[in-house]
Design a protein around this ligand. Structure first.
Ligand code: FES
Ligand code: ZN
Length: 312
């Protein structure tokens, strides 16, 4: 098997592009896909500071690595979720990467900082663990970005993630969620801009990128996510992709091209909720107290603790 680009021995096959690539050309292909997503969707402007939401897994570490290689001013932020057997090794991978690249990693620990972990927060707020986790991470990423003076938060959502979320939204015809499912969410009203530069890369490709770049990452999936609906959608799309290589990219790409803008326009016309600063933490919210502060209070913690913006 030869590399289609340079004829050296190939190490990766990308079926949806009907191609095989050597290590050098594959790493270049990944960086090109990220660079193209950034350009096509106007994700990061010249001189802007980026905060990468880092979990210690393949996607976020590959993203951080590529942004640094592409010359972006990118720091990382890691949230310690207090999940036994999972959070510690995840943090170790994030720290090891930051050390190796001499990059700055901002760390926030839910237990130390706010007095709860994902399991206790979920129980206290009567939510599924993944919902408490998502709410906590979104809040902390936003606050860390706003308080740290970053222009953009970048997350490691890849093509498989986005296609699976879209499938879930389509199965429910949840137009409101579909209107917000874009590779860029503009900032404003106290929210930072959020971008997903990996939307053109599949999960297999970010894993291969890490292996070929020698990046150690947390291979085990979060134990709380086992059996959740999102993973079911990913499996279903995986079966379709197996029979029709490229189906996932077409499904999500054509949604962006043909439907996303119209849906976003309709939802903007309908008008959003009126936002004001949460009296406890200052984050924008439409309710009296923001959802994060309600969770922290129910879990017995102190929501007024600020997100520290110091890093190692
Ligand atoms: Fe959030 Fe598992 S990483 S619940
Ligand atoms: Zn709040």
């Amino acid at each position: 098997m030869k590399c289609r680009a340079c004829r050296a021995p190939a190490v990766v096959e990308i079926r949806r592009h009907n191609t095989t690539l050597c290590r050098h050309c594959f790493l270049g292909y990944c960086r090109n896909q990220v660079g193209r997503a950034i350009r096509d969707h106007d994700m990061i402007g010249p001189g802007q500071r980026v905060l990468v939401a880092v979990s210690g897994g393949k996607d976020s570490l590959a993203l951080w690595d590529m942004l640094l290689d592409l010359g972006y001013d990118a720091d990382g932020v890691y949230v310690g979720l207090g999940i036994d057997g999972y959070s510690q090794p995840s943090a170790d991978h994030a720290r090891a990467f930051a050390r190796r690249r001499q990059a700055r990693l901002v760390e926030v620990d839910l237990r130390q900082q706010y007095g709860y972990d994902v399991r206790s927060g979920a129980a206290a707020d009567h939510r599924a663990p993944c919902s408490a986790c998502g709410l906590s991470k979104r809040h902390i990423f936003d606050r860390a970005a706003v308080e740290g003076g970053y222009d953009v938060v970048a997350t490691g959502h890849n093509l498989d993630d986005e296609a699976a979320v879209l499938l879930g939204n389509v199965l429910r015809w949840d137009l409101e969620y579909m209107a917000r499912q874009r590779p860029v969410l503009p900032g404003g009203h106290g929210f930072p801009k959020k971008v997903k530069p990996l939307v053109r890369l599949a999960e297999r490709e970010t894993a291969a990128y890490c292996v070929l770049q020698g990046i150690d990452y947390q291979v085990e999936e979060c134990p709380m996510a086992a059996g959740n609906r999102h993973l079911g959608y990913k499996e279903a799309l995986g079966l379709i992709e197996e029979r029709s290589p490229g189906a996932k990219a077409v499904f999500f790409g054509q949604f962006l091209e043909r439907a996303a803008a119209a849906l976003a326009g309709a939802s903007a016309e309908a008008g959003g909720a009126v936002l004001h600063p949460c009296p406890s933490c200052g984050a924008p919210t439409s309710s009296e107290l923001c959802a994060f502060c309600r969770l922290v209070e129910r879990a017995g913690g102190d929501p007024r603790r600020r997100v520290p913006v110091s890093g190692r």
